[in-house]
Each structure stands twice: as C-alpha cells, then as structure tokens.
Design a protein. Structure first.
Length: 136
C-alpha cells in the first residue's frame, strides 16, 4: 500500500500501458494532456524504468520534478544520483537514462514532456539488477 498522505497528487492507475518497460510496479496519473503532457508517476520500492531515450528533431526531452519518497536517476556512463522531494532533473533529448525508486522507498515524480518536433521515446534494456542492487 502507498504510504498515507504520500503525495499531494493522485497516484492514478497501474501503469499497464508501459509495464513492459518497467521492473516492478508503477502507477500513472495524467495531470495534463493538452499542449504539455505532465504525468504523476509513482514507483513502488525497487521499481524503475528501463534505459530509454527521448528523441526529438528539435526541442523535446523531459523534466522530472520529484515530489515524494526517494529515488534514483542515471545517465548512461555517469554515476546514479539520488533524488528527493524538491529535486528537478532536466533531461535533454537524445540522452540515454533511467529513473525510479530506491529499493527501500516509494518514489513519485512529475514527468513533464518538453514540447519538440518529431518527438518519440525509444525504450531499451532493463537496468542491470546487480548494478541497481549496489545503490544505497
């Protein structure tokens, strides 16, 4: 169960549409769908998404606004960075990355899709369990 008063945003429904790109259970609540998509994404402890890239001919990318719990963000070839409520992560188009909960904490962030031309996501391989397991 989600901790009581976990977030000011609704948890939404199980993220079945994207479940194949996640290790563990996530939930999605679209907050806006016009002009700029903003979704509240909630991760159960240990849940994370696969490596992925937000492509765009121009503009594009994603912004994460962390709202609850503790999580991780990592760009390919760089160390993972711990995330807490109030943290913001700007992810330019073309950057391979993943994000998700710490293994012992629920985590939520607002995912803001940055408008751009010819945008799309490329879902890649899961995050290595051994490497993830080494994160504190």
């Amino acid at each position: 169960m989600v901790p009581e008063n976990f977030s000011v945003f609704p948890i939404g429904n199980k993220n079945d549409a994207y479940a194949q790109y996640f290790s563990g259970q996530s939930y999605l609540c679209p907050l806006t769908t016009e002009r700029v998509f903003i979704g509240n994404v909630t991760f159960e402890p240990g849940c994370r998404n696969n490596w992925h890239i937000h492509h765009a001919k121009a503009g594009g990318g994603q912004i994460l606004l962390c709202t609850a719990g503790r999580g991780w963000y990592q760009e390919w070839g760089k160390p993972a960075q711990e995330l807490h409520p109030g943290d913001a992560v700007v992810i330019p188009a073309g950057v391979k990355h993943w994000h998700g909960a710490a293994k012992d904490s629920w985590f939520a962030h607002l995912a803001v899709e940055v408008p751009g031309e010819e945008t799309g996501n490329e879902w890649l391989e899961p995050v290595d369990d051994e490497q993830y397991g080494k994160l504190d």
